[in-house]
Design a protein around this ligand. Sequence first.
Ligand SMILES: C[S@@+](CC[C@H](N)C(=O)[O-])C[C@H]1O[C@@H](n2cnc3c(N)ncnc32)[C@H](O)[C@@H]1O
Length: 329
Amino acid sequence: MTSLIKSANATEFQEILLSNGQAKLHRLLPFVSQSFLDSIKQGDWPRWRQRLDQLPRHKPSQFQIAGTIRIGQSTDLTAAEKSTLEKQLKEFIPWRKGPFNLFGIEIDTEWRSDLKWSRLAHMIAPLKGRRVLDVGSGNGYFSLRMVSEGANLVVGLEPHMAYFAQFCALRNFLPSSPAVLLPIPLEQMPRPLPHFDTVFSMGVIYHRRSPIDHLLHLKDCLCSGGELVLETLVVDGPAGYSLLPRAGYARMSNVWFIPSIPSILQWLDRCGFINVKVISESTTELTEQHPTEWMPFKSLDSALLANNPSQTVEGYPSPKRAILLANKT
Ligand SMILES: C[S@@+](CC[C@H](N)C(=O)[O-])C[C@H]1O[C@@H](n2cnc3c(N)ncnc32)[C@H](O)[C@@H]1O
Protein backbone atom coordinates (compact mmCIF):
# COMPACT_ATOMS: atom_id res chain seq x y z
CA MET A 1 0.00 0.00 0.00
CA THR A 2 1.21 3.54 -0.68
CA SER A 3 2.31 5.10 2.55
CA LEU A 4 -0.45 7.33 3.87
CA ILE A 5 2.11 9.80 5.19
CA LYS A 6 3.71 9.87 1.79
CA SER A 7 0.45 10.59 0.01
CA ALA A 8 -1.18 12.80 2.64
CA ASN A 9 1.85 14.94 3.40
CA ALA A 10 4.87 14.73 1.24
CA THR A 11 3.03 14.93 -2.07
CA GLU A 12 -0.36 16.46 -1.42
CA PHE A 13 0.92 18.98 1.11
CA GLN A 14 3.66 20.05 -1.28
CA GLU A 15 1.12 20.57 -4.04
CA ILE A 16 -1.10 22.67 -1.78
CA LEU A 17 1.82 24.84 -0.70
CA LEU A 18 2.91 25.44 -4.26
CA SER A 19 -0.52 25.91 -5.88
CA ASN A 20 -2.53 29.10 -6.38
CA GLY A 21 0.43 31.42 -6.44
CA GLN A 22 1.74 30.19 -3.09
CA ALA A 23 5.26 29.89 -4.49
CA LYS A 24 6.65 32.09 -1.70
CA LEU A 25 5.93 29.18 0.61
CA HIS A 26 8.62 27.04 -0.97
CA ARG A 27 10.62 27.66 2.21
CA LEU A 28 8.16 25.40 4.02
CA LEU A 29 8.60 22.47 1.65
CA PRO A 30 11.40 20.80 3.64
CA PHE A 31 8.95 20.33 6.54
CA VAL A 32 6.57 18.23 4.47
CA SER A 33 9.25 16.09 2.88
CA GLN A 34 9.42 12.38 3.44
CA SER A 35 12.96 12.66 4.80
CA PHE A 36 11.91 15.24 7.40
CA LEU A 37 9.06 13.02 8.60
CA ASP A 38 11.49 10.09 8.71
CA SER A 39 13.86 12.11 10.89
CA ILE A 40 11.30 12.76 13.65
CA LYS A 41 11.95 10.58 16.69
CA GLN A 42 9.50 12.19 19.14
CA GLY A 43 7.04 10.13 21.19
CA ASP A 44 5.43 7.18 19.51
CA TRP A 45 5.68 8.68 16.04
CA PRO A 46 7.01 5.49 14.39
CA ARG A 47 4.11 3.49 15.90
CA TRP A 48 1.53 6.12 14.92
CA ARG A 49 2.87 6.06 11.35
CA GLN A 50 2.24 2.34 11.22
CA ARG A 51 -1.28 2.90 12.49
CA LEU A 52 -1.87 5.59 9.90
CA ASP A 53 -0.70 3.26 7.17
CA GLN A 54 -3.20 0.65 8.37
CA LEU A 55 -6.21 2.97 8.09
CA PRO A 56 -8.67 2.08 5.34
CA ARG A 57 -9.49 4.56 2.57
CA HIS A 58 -13.27 4.79 3.04
CA LYS A 59 -14.88 7.44 0.83
CA PRO A 60 -17.25 9.75 2.71
CA SER A 61 -20.58 10.46 1.01
CA GLN A 62 -20.74 13.85 2.71
CA PHE A 63 -18.65 16.37 4.59
CA GLN A 64 -20.28 18.88 6.89
CA ILE A 65 -18.92 21.39 9.31
CA ALA A 66 -21.22 22.90 11.88
CA GLY A 67 -20.21 22.56 15.55
CA THR A 68 -19.18 18.97 14.93
CA ILE A 69 -16.97 18.20 11.95
CA ARG A 70 -18.81 15.36 10.19
CA ILE A 71 -16.97 13.22 7.69
CA GLY A 72 -19.20 10.64 5.97
CA GLN A 73 -22.24 9.00 7.50
CA SER A 74 -23.05 5.71 9.16
CA THR A 75 -24.55 4.19 6.01
CA ASP A 76 -21.23 4.60 4.13
CA LEU A 77 -19.77 1.61 6.03
CA THR A 78 -20.83 -1.89 6.98
CA ALA A 79 -21.22 -2.60 10.70
CA ALA A 80 -17.94 -4.55 10.66
CA GLU A 81 -16.06 -1.73 8.89
CA LYS A 82 -17.43 0.78 11.39
CA SER A 83 -16.42 -1.31 14.37
CA THR A 84 -12.89 -1.79 13.00
CA LEU A 85 -12.52 1.91 12.26
CA GLU A 86 -13.69 2.85 15.75
CA LYS A 87 -10.99 0.63 17.27
CA GLN A 88 -8.38 2.14 14.94
CA LEU A 89 -9.39 5.72 15.83
CA LYS A 90 -9.22 4.87 19.54
CA GLU A 91 -5.55 4.00 19.05
CA PHE A 92 -4.98 7.75 18.62
CA ILE A 93 -6.38 8.61 22.09
CA PRO A 94 -6.25 11.18 23.70
CA TRP A 95 -8.60 13.16 21.43
CA ARG A 96 -8.58 16.63 23.00
CA LYS A 97 -9.98 19.04 20.38
CA GLY A 98 -13.20 18.49 18.48
CA PRO A 99 -15.94 17.21 18.29
CA PHE A 100 -15.75 15.03 15.19
CA ASN A 101 -18.06 12.43 13.73
CA LEU A 102 -16.54 9.96 11.28
CA PHE A 103 -18.97 7.69 9.48
CA GLY A 104 -21.36 7.85 12.46
CA ILE A 105 -18.57 7.31 15.02
CA GLU A 106 -18.91 10.15 17.52
CA ILE A 107 -15.48 11.29 18.71
CA ASP A 108 -16.48 12.95 21.96
CA THR A 109 -13.39 15.04 22.63
CA GLU A 110 -12.18 16.57 25.90
CA TRP A 111 -12.87 20.10 24.60
CA ARG A 112 -16.00 21.49 22.98
CA SER A 113 -13.77 23.50 20.67
CA ASP A 114 -16.84 24.69 18.77
CA LEU A 115 -17.63 26.95 21.75
CA LYS A 116 -14.31 28.79 21.35
CA TRP A 117 -14.93 29.12 17.62
CA SER A 118 -18.40 30.59 18.21
CA ARG A 119 -16.86 33.29 20.45
CA LEU A 120 -14.62 34.59 17.70
CA ALA A 121 -15.96 33.59 14.27
CA HIS A 122 -18.25 36.60 13.90
CA MET A 123 -15.68 39.07 15.25
CA ILE A 124 -12.63 38.39 13.08
CA ALA A 125 -11.98 39.64 9.54
CA PRO A 126 -13.84 37.20 7.22
CA LEU A 127 -11.48 34.39 6.23
CA LYS A 128 -12.80 34.01 2.68
CA GLY A 129 -9.87 34.09 0.26
CA ARG A 130 -7.30 34.60 3.01
CA ARG A 131 -4.03 32.77 3.72
CA VAL A 132 -4.12 31.65 7.31
CA LEU A 133 -1.51 30.42 9.78
CA ASP A 134 -2.83 28.41 12.76
CA VAL A 135 -0.04 28.21 15.34
CA GLY A 136 -0.52 25.34 17.80
CA SER A 137 -3.20 23.78 15.63
CA GLY A 138 -3.54 20.56 17.65
CA ASN A 139 -5.35 17.95 15.56
CA GLY A 140 -6.52 20.60 13.10
CA TYR A 141 -10.11 21.09 14.36
CA PHE A 142 -9.81 24.86 14.01
CA SER A 143 -7.80 24.66 10.77
CA LEU A 144 -10.72 22.76 9.23
CA ARG A 145 -13.18 25.37 10.55
CA MET A 146 -11.02 28.04 8.88
CA VAL A 147 -11.15 26.16 5.58
CA SER A 148 -14.92 25.93 5.85
CA GLU A 149 -15.04 29.73 6.20
CA GLY A 150 -13.46 29.95 2.73
CA ALA A 151 -9.74 30.42 3.51
CA ASN A 152 -7.56 29.89 0.43
CA LEU A 153 -4.87 28.15 2.42
CA VAL A 154 -4.49 27.14 6.06
CA VAL A 155 -1.07 26.18 7.36
CA GLY A 156 -1.18 24.67 10.84
CA LEU A 157 1.90 24.29 13.04
CA GLU A 158 1.83 21.46 15.58
CA PRO A 159 5.01 20.05 17.12
CA HIS A 160 3.25 17.42 19.26
CA MET A 161 3.27 14.32 17.07
CA ALA A 162 0.22 12.66 18.70
CA TYR A 163 -1.95 15.54 17.47
CA PHE A 164 -0.18 15.69 14.11
CA ALA A 165 -0.98 11.98 13.71
CA GLN A 166 -4.66 12.66 14.51
CA PHE A 167 -4.77 15.29 11.78
CA CYS A 168 -3.26 12.79 9.30
CA ALA A 169 -5.88 10.23 10.37
CA LEU A 170 -8.72 12.69 9.78
CA ARG A 171 -7.27 13.88 6.52
CA ASN A 172 -7.14 10.32 5.26
CA PHE A 173 -10.93 10.50 4.92
CA LEU A 174 -11.29 14.11 3.83
CA PRO A 175 -12.07 15.40 0.40
CA SER A 176 -9.18 17.51 -0.90
CA SER A 177 -8.74 20.53 1.31
CA PRO A 178 -6.33 23.49 1.35
CA ALA A 179 -5.25 22.63 4.91
CA VAL A 180 -1.66 21.58 5.58
CA LEU A 181 -0.15 20.78 8.95
CA LEU A 182 3.58 21.10 9.58
CA PRO A 183 5.00 19.10 12.52
CA ILE A 184 7.12 21.98 13.79
CA PRO A 185 6.94 24.68 16.47
CA LEU A 186 6.63 28.32 15.43
CA GLU A 187 10.30 28.84 16.35
CA GLN A 188 11.29 26.56 13.48
CA MET A 189 9.38 28.59 10.86
CA PRO A 190 11.64 30.45 8.44
CA ARG A 191 11.68 34.06 9.57
CA PRO A 192 10.47 36.51 8.43
CA LEU A 193 7.73 35.00 6.27
CA PRO A 194 5.20 37.85 6.09
CA HIS A 195 2.82 35.90 3.93
CA PHE A 196 -0.32 35.33 5.99
CA ASP A 197 -3.44 37.53 6.08
CA THR A 198 -4.59 36.06 9.41
CA VAL A 199 -2.46 34.42 12.09
CA PHE A 200 -4.09 32.51 14.94
CA SER A 201 -2.26 31.70 18.17
CA MET A 202 -4.76 30.07 20.47
CA GLY A 203 -3.76 28.44 23.73
CA VAL A 204 -0.04 28.76 23.03
CA ILE A 205 1.42 31.98 24.48
CA TYR A 206 1.27 30.88 28.15
CA HIS A 207 3.27 27.77 27.18
CA ARG A 208 6.11 29.98 25.92
CA ARG A 209 8.95 31.05 28.19
CA SER A 210 9.26 34.26 26.26
CA PRO A 211 5.80 35.57 25.36
CA ILE A 212 7.14 38.77 23.81
CA ASP A 213 9.34 36.79 21.40
CA HIS A 214 6.25 34.71 20.56
CA LEU A 215 4.28 37.86 19.67
CA LEU A 216 7.14 39.26 17.58
CA HIS A 217 7.45 36.01 15.68
CA LEU A 218 3.69 35.96 15.02
CA LYS A 219 4.03 39.50 13.67
CA ASP A 220 6.81 38.36 11.33
CA CYS A 221 4.37 35.86 9.77
CA LEU A 222 1.71 38.50 9.02
CA CYS A 223 1.54 40.53 5.87
CA SER A 224 1.03 44.26 6.16
CA GLY A 225 -2.51 44.98 7.44
CA GLY A 226 -2.95 41.33 8.47
CA GLU A 227 -4.86 40.29 11.57
CA LEU A 228 -3.63 38.46 14.66
CA VAL A 229 -6.17 36.39 16.60
CA LEU A 230 -4.67 35.71 20.02
CA GLU A 231 -6.34 33.51 22.61
CA THR A 232 -4.84 33.04 26.06
CA LEU A 233 -5.44 32.25 29.69
CA VAL A 234 -5.74 35.48 31.68
CA VAL A 235 -5.81 36.49 35.33
CA ASP A 236 -7.31 39.52 37.05
CA GLY A 237 -4.84 42.30 37.69
CA PRO A 238 -3.48 45.68 36.61
CA ALA A 239 -1.25 46.54 33.65
CA GLY A 240 2.17 45.01 34.19
CA TYR A 241 0.86 42.07 36.22
CA SER A 242 1.10 38.47 35.12
CA LEU A 243 1.05 35.21 37.04
CA LEU A 244 4.17 33.05 36.85
CA PRO A 245 3.12 29.83 38.63
CA ARG A 246 5.65 28.40 41.08
CA ALA A 247 5.44 24.99 39.39
CA GLY A 248 2.21 23.93 37.70
CA TYR A 249 -1.03 25.69 36.86
CA ALA A 250 -4.26 23.63 36.75
CA ARG A 251 -2.07 20.51 36.71
CA MET A 252 -0.18 21.74 33.61
CA SER A 253 3.56 21.80 34.24
CA ASN A 254 4.44 23.85 31.15
CA VAL A 255 2.71 27.13 31.96
CA TRP A 256 4.87 30.25 32.16
CA PHE A 257 3.26 33.72 32.07
CA ILE A 258 -0.51 34.20 32.41
CA PRO A 259 -1.08 37.91 31.82
CA SER A 260 -3.80 40.21 33.07
CA ILE A 261 -5.85 41.72 30.26
CA PRO A 262 -4.25 45.18 30.66
CA SER A 263 -0.83 43.46 30.47
CA ILE A 264 -1.54 41.54 27.28
CA LEU A 265 -2.88 44.75 25.70
CA GLN A 266 0.38 46.42 26.69
CA TRP A 267 2.49 43.52 25.35
CA LEU A 268 0.75 43.76 21.97
CA ASP A 269 1.13 47.53 21.93
CA ARG A 270 4.85 47.33 22.82
CA CYS A 271 5.32 44.79 20.01
CA GLY A 272 3.99 47.37 17.54
CA PHE A 273 0.54 45.93 16.84
CA ILE A 274 -2.29 48.39 16.19
CA ASN A 275 -6.09 48.26 16.62
CA VAL A 276 -5.62 46.00 19.64
CA LYS A 277 -8.89 44.94 21.24
CA VAL A 278 -10.44 42.27 23.46
CA ILE A 279 -13.35 40.48 21.81
CA SER A 280 -14.15 37.83 24.38
CA GLU A 281 -13.62 36.99 28.05
CA SER A 282 -14.88 33.73 29.52
CA THR A 283 -14.46 31.38 32.42
CA THR A 284 -13.78 27.80 31.36
CA GLU A 285 -16.65 25.62 32.54
CA LEU A 286 -16.70 21.84 32.96
CA THR A 287 -19.26 21.67 30.14
CA GLU A 288 -16.52 22.95 27.78
CA GLN A 289 -13.62 20.82 29.06
CA HIS A 290 -14.14 17.40 30.64
CA PRO A 291 -12.85 13.82 30.41
CA THR A 292 -14.62 11.54 27.93
CA GLU A 293 -14.32 8.03 26.58
CA TRP A 294 -11.98 9.49 23.91
CA MET A 295 -9.88 11.45 26.46
CA PRO A 296 -10.01 9.31 29.61
CA PHE A 297 -7.21 11.09 31.49
CA LYS A 298 -7.20 13.92 34.04
CA SER A 299 -9.00 17.07 32.92
CA LEU A 300 -10.27 20.37 34.32
CA ASP A 301 -12.44 18.68 36.99
CA SER A 302 -9.39 17.28 38.75
CA ALA A 303 -7.45 20.54 38.32
CA LEU A 304 -9.86 22.52 40.52
CA LEU A 305 -10.28 22.28 44.30
CA ALA A 306 -13.25 20.02 45.06
CA ASN A 307 -14.49 22.31 47.84
CA ASN A 308 -13.75 25.56 45.97
CA PRO A 309 -13.85 25.28 42.17
CA SER A 310 -12.92 28.96 41.81
CA GLN A 311 -9.34 27.87 42.66
CA THR A 312 -6.96 25.45 41.00
CA VAL A 313 -5.40 22.64 43.05
CA GLU A 314 -2.26 24.81 43.27
CA GLY A 315 -4.29 27.63 44.86
CA TYR A 316 -4.44 29.92 41.82
CA PRO A 317 -7.57 31.47 40.26
CA SER A 318 -9.38 28.92 38.08
CA PRO A 319 -8.93 29.26 34.29
CA LYS A 320 -10.29 32.35 32.55
CA ARG A 321 -9.56 33.00 28.91
CA ALA A 322 -9.59 36.01 26.60
CA ILE A 323 -9.48 36.47 22.83
CA LEU A 324 -7.81 39.53 21.35
CA LEU A 325 -7.50 40.94 17.85
CA ALA A 326 -4.68 43.14 16.57
CA ASN A 327 -3.32 44.27 13.23
CA LYS A 328 0.15 44.61 11.79
CA THR A 329 0.75 48.05 10.28
C1 LIG B 1 -3.57 24.34 24.62
S1 LIG B 1 -3.28 23.64 23.03
C2 LIG B 1 -4.32 24.68 22.02
C3 LIG B 1 -4.80 24.01 20.75
C4 LIG B 1 -5.76 24.85 19.94
N1 LIG B 1 -5.05 25.94 19.28
C5 LIG B 1 -6.85 25.39 20.78
O1 LIG B 1 -6.98 26.61 20.92
O2 LIG B 1 -7.63 24.60 21.34
C6 LIG B 1 -1.66 24.27 22.61
C7 LIG B 1 -1.08 23.62 21.40
O3 LIG B 1 0.04 24.37 20.96
C8 LIG B 1 1.09 23.49 20.67
N2 LIG B 1 2.34 24.25 20.86
C9 LIG B 1 3.04 24.44 22.01
N3 LIG B 1 4.14 25.20 21.77
C10 LIG B 1 4.11 25.50 20.45
C11 LIG B 1 4.98 26.25 19.59
N4 LIG B 1 6.07 26.81 20.08
N5 LIG B 1 4.66 26.36 18.29
C12 LIG B 1 3.54 25.78 17.81
N6 LIG B 1 2.69 25.06 18.57
C13 LIG B 1 2.97 24.92 19.88
C14 LIG B 1 0.92 22.33 21.62
O4 LIG B 1 1.55 21.16 21.18
C15 LIG B 1 -0.60 22.21 21.67
O5 LIG B 1 -1.12 21.34 20.71
